[in-house]
Write a protein that binds this ligand. Structure first.
Ligand code: GLN
Length: 447
């Protein structure tokens, strides 16, 4: 598959031919189920779009039954920015319903397969985007990351996935899961393409009140020769599988070979991250999902009266995992429990942020696992608590609002990709991409 950098140099004729071939290739691989639809609109370079980003006149459903029949009346800011840069939304990709999940098994459209091994999950929630890029069915894709949903599927499918600093990329037109954690980001074949796509979609947007008033770009200044100070976390990685530990050791050697300085640091037990994240995320999700009542958007199941219509619509429209989180979110926000759970989670969130800030007084980047294991088999994480625990290495980055990039490092004995992530200081995307590019060059991972 050509890279985004190469695609930017194609003539109009070459691009049209490429898009026809790509459509045929996608049609020939339906069992992967990476795309929900392919809508070849616009003249630009085709980019796959997660099904929770508004593209005008598309059916956009967040992988849910409740949004069947809804047609987006406007473009998300990231889509407007892409169109202005000569890129066009090409198809919408499969995802866990409302981005809640780590396997893409909870989609209304059925599961997506891992392109490297069809018995394994592609990761989630942006599993369709990761599988499309990993299978050579997309040049690049957009995903969204609330607690790892770009980085973890990228790691499971052997591609690059980047979560920007909170506020770098406009959330206008992104179907909200947890508004204080959500960011849209690039999922690509390599680090440079991620920088190019990040540059295109990032920048201040007055339509998003949490958007940072910053417009600096990274891709024309990429410098993999820069020498950096990078923290490794020996204790923090102890609970990861041997596959992950092996890749971690390999990455440390590669970083040293690049001339980076490696220093040891520690983060507190990730079990606190899980509690803080699942309380914060479900509380915000409960509020955000209240709008799906059968009156304003999508599917409606008529009831005996208005209240019954709400109940029937929501009971019928939401899947089990979404319902579980609505219940959990309402519980932690209810009077009597609010102080004990929600307020405590916010305090924990501050402690996590402070911890990172302290490490970043000493280093430029942190090297961390993305997930405790490689891609698991279908059905393996059927217990919700086990699935939540599999997010231990990604969610603290969202709680702290930091930028992070997952890239493939090695393959385990079964040929499954192992990805790791680099984490940077807030708004320090340049350092993140520079360091990631140096590691990518040294590792020379082959799909
Ligand atoms: N797996 C996490 C969750 O289910 C993260 C999802 C995401 O980043 N959207 O909440």
């Amino acid at each position: 598959m050509i890279t985004l950098k190469e695609a930017l140099k194609l003539s109009k004729e070459e691009l049209n031919k490429f898009k026809e071939d790509l459509q045929a290739k996608i049609a020939a691989n339906p069992e992967l189920n990476a795309y929900i639809d392919v809508n070849n609109v616009g003249e630009g370079i085709p980019i796959a779009i997660k099904d929770n980003i508004q593209v005008k006149d598309w059916s956009v459903t967040s992988g849910s039954n409740i949004l069947q029949g809804y047609i987006a009346p406007y473009n998300a800011t990231v889509i407007e920015k892409m169109l202005n840069a000569g890129l066009s939304p090409f198809g919408r990709t499969n995802m866990d319903e409302f981005a809640m999940g780590s396997t893409t098994e909870s989609s209304f459209y059925g599961k997506t397969l891992n392109p490297i091994n069809a018995e394994c999950v592609p990761g989630g929630s942006s599993g369709g985007s990761a599988a499309a890029v990993g299978a050579g069915l997309a040049i690049a894709a957009l995903g969204s990351d609330t607690g790892g949903s770009i980085r973890q599927p990228a790691a499971f499918c052997g591609i690059v996935g980047m979560k920007p600093t909170y506020g770098r990329v406009s959330r206008y037109g992104l179907g909200a899961y947890a508004s204080s954690l959500d960011q849209i980001g690039p999922m690509t074949q390599n680090v440079e393409d991620a920088a190019i796509l990040y540059d295109i979609i990032s920048g201040h947007d007055e339509k998003d009140s949490t958007s940072a008033d910053m417009n600096d770009k990274v891709s024309d200044k990429l410098n993999p020769e820069r020498k950096l100070r990078i923290a490794v976390l020996p204790k923090y990685i102890e609970n990861a599988s041997e596959d992950i530990k092996d890749a971690y050791a390999k990455a440390i050697e590669a970083l040293k070979a690049c001339g980076h300085e490696i220093v040891e640091h520690e983060l507190m037990d990730a079990k606190f991250d899980i509690s803080a994240y699942y309380i914060t995320a479900t509380a915000e999700a409960t509020t955000n999902l209240a709008r799906y009542d059968g009156i304003r958007y999508g599917n409606r199941v008529e009831g005996k009266n208005l209240e019954d219509t709400f109940i029937q619509t929501r009971s019928n429209g939401f899947g089990d995992e979404v319902k579980r989180r609505i219940l959990l979110g309402n519980f932690v926000l209810s009077s009597g429990y609010y102080e004990a759970y929600y307020v405590k989670a916010q305090k924990t969130r501050h402690i996590i942020k402070d911890e990172y800030e302290k490490i970043f007084e000493d280093v430029d980047l942190i090297l961390s696992p993305v997930a405790p294991t490689v891609a698991n088999k279908f059905g393996e994480l059927s217990n919700p608590m086990e699935m939540y625990l599999s997010d231990i290495y990604t969610i603290s980055v969202n709680l702290a609002g930091l930028p992070a990039l997952a890239l493939p490092i090695s393959k385990n004995a079964d040929g499954m990709p192992v990805g790791l992530q680099l984490i940077a200081k807030a708004y320090n995307e340049q350092t993140l991409f520079d360091g990631a590019m140096s590691l990518e060059k040294e590792i020379a991972y082959k799909a």
